[in-house]
Design a protein around this ligand. Structure first.
Ligand code: MLT
Length: 314
C-alpha cells in the first residue's frame, strides 16, 4: 500500500517531521505556503498540518479529495471549518494539553505586569526617569481571581493562583462543581464571578456562545476597578465596550494577548494607558511549541493508521 502523504502548511519542528517519517508517512514541508498554492496541491495529500496562520475553509476542504485528517498544532480550531471537515468525513485533531503551562505562565506575566505597572515603569526608566510615586501597584494576596473556563489552561492558572495566596472562583459550563473544585477553584455562577472577583481571566474558546460574552452589561456587574486578562481568543470581549469601561474606571486595567482582529494595529485599546498588550504569544515558548509539534505528529499518525484518537474535534 502506498505511503500516506502529509502536507505541513505551517512550521513544525524537525523532531516532529522525523516523528512523522519514522511513523511510515511521507512529509512535504511547505511551511508558509500561500492559500492559492495550498488549494492547488491539496488533492495529493491524506493529511494537512497547520498552526493558526493557515485558514482551513470549507472551500479549501472541498478540494481535499484524499484528505483523512487535518491536524492543528495548538488549541484553538477557529481557523478550521470543523463542521465542513466532519461532513466530508475528515477528522480534525488538535493538541489541547501541550501549551497549557505556557499560557498559564503568560497569564500570570500579564496579571503582574498590569497590577505592578511593569510596562509603564520600564518605559519611564528608558526615558531617564525615576518615577516611584506614580507607579504604586496592587497586591494579589487575599484577592479573588475569577476564571472563566476551567479546562486545561484554566486549571493551571488556578494552581498558580494558590501560590499567590489568592481565592479562586471558577465558572465552566462543561464541568460539574466537584471536577472544578479538584482544580483548586470554588465553583461559581457567571454573575458570582463578575460580582466577587478582583481580577478576571478568560480561558474560553471563541464559539457562538462566547462571542461578545463580556460587554457593557457584564462590566457593569463587576466590582468597580476590576482587572481583566485575556489570553484566550479575541472576540470574547467586546473591545469597544472595554474601551468605554476603561475610560469610566469601571475596569481599572486590561492585559490582552488576543484581539478581535489580529494584528489589531495601534487602535484605541492597544494604545490605552491602562492596557498591557502582547501579540498573541501566550503559547509561544520553545517547550510548548515543541510539545505541540510532537503531539500533532503522533495524533495525525494515529488518524492515518486508524488508531484511537486522543483529541478529536467534532
Ligand atoms: C492556540 O490556540 O494554540 C494558541 O492561541 C496559539 C495560537 O493560536 O497560535
Amino acid at each position: 500500500m502506498a505511503e500516506s502523504k502529509v502536507l505541513i502548511a505551517d512550521a513544525l519542528s524537525p523532531a516532529a517531521v522525523s516523528r512523522l517519517q519514522s511513523g511510515g508517512v511521507q512529509t512535504d514541508d511547505r511551511a508558509g505556503i500561500d492559500p492559492a498554492e495550498l488549494a492547488k496541491i491539496l488533492p495529493e495529500y491524506q493529511a494537512l498540518i497547520v498552526r493558526s496562520r493557515t485558514k482551513v475553509t470549507a472551500d479549501l476542504l472541498k478540494g481535499g479529495k484524499n484528505l483523512k485528517v487535518v491536524g492543528r498544532a495548538g488549541v484553538g480550531v477557529d481557523n478550521i471549518d470543523v463542521a465542513a471537515a466532519n461532513a466530508q468525513g475528515i477528522e480534525v485533531v488538535n493538541t489541547p494539553v501541550a501549551t497549557s503551562v505556557a499560557v498559564a505562565e503568560h497569564t500570570f506575566a500579564l496579571i503582574l505586569a498590569l497590577i505592578r505597572q511593569i510596562a509603564r515603569a520600564d518605559a519611564s526608566m528608558k526615558a531617564g526617569e525615576w518615577d516611584k510615586k506614580n507607579l504604586e501597584g496592587t497586591e494579589l494576596a487575599g484577592k479573588t481571581l475569577g476564571i472563566l473556563g476551567v479546562g486545561n489552561i484554566g486549571a493551571q492558572v488556578a494552581k498558580r493562583a494558590a501560590a499567590f495566596d489568592m481565592q479562586v472562583l471558577g465558572y465552566d459550563p462543561l464541568l460539574d462543581a466537584a471536577t472544578l473544585q479538584a482544580s483548586g477553584a470554588k465553583a461559581g455562577t457567571l454573575d458570582e464571578v463578575y460580582a466577587e472577583s478582583d481580577v478576571i481571566t478568560l480561558h474560553l474558546p471563541l464559539i457562538q456562545e462566547t462571542r461578545g460574552l463580556l460587554g457593557a452589561n457584564e462590566f457593569a456587574k463587576m466590582k468597580r476597578g476590576v482587572y481583566l486578562i485575556c489570553a484566550a481568543r479575541g472576540g470574547v470581549i467586546d473591545e469597544e465596550d472595554l474601551v468605554t469601561a476603561l475610560e469610566s474606571g469601571q475596569v481599572a486595567g486590561a492585559a490582552l494577548d488576543v484581539f478581535e482582529k489580529e494584528p489589531p494595529g495601534a487602535n484605541l485599546l492597544v494604545t490605552h494607558p491602562h492596557v498591557v498588550a502582547t501579540p498573541h504569544i501566550a503559547a509561544q515558548t520553545a517547550e510548548a511549541q515543541e510539545r505541540a509539534a510532537l503531539d500533532i505528529a503522533d495524533e495525525v499518525l494515529n488518524a492515518l493508521h486508524g488508531r484511537p484518537l486522543r483529541w478529536q474535534i467534532k
